[in-house]
Write a protein that binds this ligand. Sequence first.
Ligand code: ADP
Ligand code: MG
Length: 729
Amino acid sequence: MATFRFEALKAASNRKPVSVSETGKKSEIFGSNVFNDKAMRQHLTPEAYKAVRSAMDHGTKIDRKMADYIALGMKEWAIGKGVTHYTHWFQPLTGTTAEKHDAFFETSFDGSDPVEKFSGSLLVQQEPDASSFPNGGIRNTFEARGYTAWDPTSPAFIFGTTLCIPTVFVSYTGEALDNKTPLLRALLAIDEAATEVAKFFDKNVKKVTPTLGWEQEYFLIDAALAASRPDILQTGRTLLGHVSAKGQQLEDHYFGSIPTRVLNYMRDLENECMLLGIPVKTRHNEVAPNQFELAPIFEETNLAVDHNSLLMDVMQKVAERHDFKVLFHEKPFKGVNGSGKHNNWSLATDTGVNLLAPGKTPNSNLQFLTFFINTIKAVANYEELLRASIASASNDHRLGANEAPPAIISIFIGQQLTKVLEELEGVSTGKLSPEEKTDLKLNVVGKIPDVLLDNTDRNRTSPFAFTGNKFEFRAVGSTANCATSMTTLNTIVAKQLIDFKKEVETLVEKDGLKKDEAIFNVLREYIKQTKNILFEGDGYSKEWEEEAARRGLSNHKTTPAALKAKVSQKALDLFAEINVMNNTEVEARYEIELEDYIKKVQIEGRVLGDIVRNHIIPTAFKYQNLLIENIKGLKDIFGKDYEELAAEQMMILKKTSMHVNELNSKLHLMMDARKEANAMNSIEETAHAYCDNVKPYFDEIRYHADKLELMVDNELWTLTKYRELLFTR
Ligand code: ADP
Ligand code: MG
């Protein structure tokens, strides 16, 4: 008997919903574990408060003396809430967050004068022994020091009994070793570039803030069932398992009533999010069984990125209380939908305007069109780099694989805006007559319908869609740190806006055009140049892949192929020009991501080998022994007639033997391919070898294992089955 599986099933099906205590109004507890504006005003001196505010709003520096005062206030606030430890909280290039807790507690060396201490220098900068974080060769091992530095734009928060201080993580020579540093640089760049362009329309704009509202999809699996699957435990996905008879065909899960056990988990999670100031708002069932989604109110991008990283951590911790395991993997189960993390993105001015929202006047609409068309142009110019920004071993299962959308970046804008762009394109060049100007303003720009928010013809198959007042980058993977895609998107749009401004100014200065005329002229050219990236049809169809190839759009189906664009001369120049990353930083990241890819596929290969050897094949043998016993018995009783009577048994015996043999030989071939891949001369070659020569065996091996699952006695099968993983709740 496959005891572990059945014990897990028993535990899972006997679970009762864990009760969650009511916390009262969300607005009353929101942010109470965050050192936010209110807490700062209560716990800091007016000077210290002003210093932090100015650092947050204008990026000014905080001197050491002031940092001491701030640290003091922060410590008082935290200790008042039962906090004992503090940590610099950062996002190294491991895909998760990192923390090293230190106690506030200090004594003199002889043990006297115990006291709670926290100084400005500890707040501002620390040197974790971080020699084990990926650095892509930036740090020499003998100079393994990197340091973390306080990011005052993302407020400190309390998690458990620890004060967490968001920080950047950089090498001693100043190179970025984390996700936050390049993001902050990209956000600064787009602020500057977009402010300059926004001033064409309103002189009062002083700051433009990129906004991000992510949507996090995930699967919830009973903890005991998850633990019964070595593949889920070690790779976050199922490497084997025959698809269950009922999957998502009936579409009875999407937006369906949320099971009580899950609902209680969500409520508990939302309470934690409220305390941490993560403004979660939406929760619902997703398409696949046991798949769900969570979305917050959008925020400033740096804060939103921190909140998403924090959320993923909190989700797993709260799940433990409810005996669930959260699966963030992009494709945990074959045959049902995978998970993404839609990144909704826009630009907001300090005058309260969403630059990607069509306005009510021709002037505000021209401003909208400017930012709208420049974003399209940026994506058209750098589609390959944008694709690279979302590449990972796990997202490969969601982009360009079987049952997945293609890995082609295109933009959906909807019928109405398509028409507006067509009309704008028809406008004549150069100077405009007064009649032409009036016509343009009133009839083309003026009539952009302000009902776009109810853009009903939304296209769910588009990887990058305009959805009324924001762009939604849908191809981002559910495990991803939003920083990578957001750094790239904000960098390419910053670059585009800088170029746009120059082009407009040249037309004004050299050709004597009026500003509006110049803007129209440049935008019209952009519309002509960017037709290839716009696509309104079914992004999942075979025809689109062919059409995209004719258009010259990239279609990199795998991570090793997609990542290459990151280190193209074009990308290196871009990141350097916009001051987001120097060449060394970009190249280091490329290496780290390739390494990560290799390790992930390598681990999957090993886990698959173990499961086949230790679970599948021994189980097949056990079943064969049952069959043999049965056949022998029939022979004993019926003599010669047994052949006819045992026909089915003998056939199963033969078939199972065939599958076991195939499994064995494929496992050997996979091992040889791994050895070959490991022996390659460069990390690039190794990554390609894992992708092209090792990974294909996964499907071949799975085919035979899944066939055996269908044949072998259910009582003997040790691996928890798909129907059990997906339908226990
Ligand atoms: P859907 O699933 O239909 O796309 P959701 O309500 O699940 O819609 O998600 C919409 C997301 O868009 C939310 O995360 C929301 O915060 C975000 N969003 C809305 N407006 C903006 C904006 N101006 N900038 C960035 N994100 C936004
Ligand atoms: Mg969405």
